[in-house]
Design a protein around this ligand. Sequence first.
Ligand SMILES: CC(C)(COP(=O)(O)OP(=O)(O)OC[C@H]1O[C@@H](n2cnc3c(N)ncnc32)[C@H](O)[C@@H]1OP(=O)(O)O)[C@@H](O)C(=O)NCCC(=O)NCCS
Length: 163
Amino acid sequence: MLTYRKAQPSDVQLYFDWANDLETRQQSFNSREIPLETHTAWFTKKLTDPDALLLLFEDEQHKAVGQVRFERKHETDMPAEIIVGVSVDARVRGQGFASQIITQGCEACKEQWGAVTIHAYIKADNQGSVRSFQKAGFKFSHGSGKFNPPGQEGLNLVYVKTL
Ligand SMILES: CC(C)(COP(=O)(O)OP(=O)(O)OC[C@H]1O[C@@H](n2cnc3c(N)ncnc32)[C@H](O)[C@@H]1OP(=O)(O)O)[C@@H](O)C(=O)NCCC(=O)NCCS
C-alpha cells in the first residue's frame, strides 16, 4: 500500500529529476528539457497555489515512487476544469503503481475540491498511461488538440472521471 503526502519545498530536486526524465518529457505536451531555475520558480509557486494539489507517493520503505498533480483551471461561464498528471519513478515502472497513485490521488482531490470531474490528457501512443487511468476508473471522452504546441497536429486522448 502506498502512502502520500503533499509536496514540500525540500522535494524540489526530486520533482526536477522526475520532470526531466526522458519518457516523461516525451509524453508531455511541451517536450523540451526544463532548466533548474524555471523548475524551481514553477515548483515554489505551485506549492502555495490554491488551484494546485501536488501529492508525492512513497512505498512501505518510505521510498518515493511517484507523484500526481491536480490543477484547477477556472473557465468563464463554466465549471472549473480539473486536470490530472501522473508520473512514476523510472526505477519502479511496470509494477502498476500509477493506477494506485491516481486512485488515491482522486480521493485526496475530492477531499480538497469536492465532487468534481477530472480530465486526463494523454498522448495517443502512451498506452501505459491510458491503461493506468482506465484501471483508476477513467473513461474515454473525446480527442483534443488543446495542448498541442503551435504547428503540431493530431489529437490527444481525454479520459474523464467524475468523483
Ligand atoms: C505512464 C506511467 C505513469 C505508467 O506507470 P506504471 O505504474 O509504470 O504503469 P505500468 O507499466 O505498471 O502499466 C500499467 C498498465 O498499462 C499496461 N501497459 C504498459 N505499457 C503498455 C503498452 N505499451 N501497451 C499496452 N499496455 C501497456 C501494463 O501492462 C499495465 O496493465 P495491467 O495492469 O493491466 O497489466 C509511467 O510509465 C510514467 O511515469 N511514464 C512517464 C510519464 C507519463 O507518461 N505520464 C503520464 C502522462 S499522461
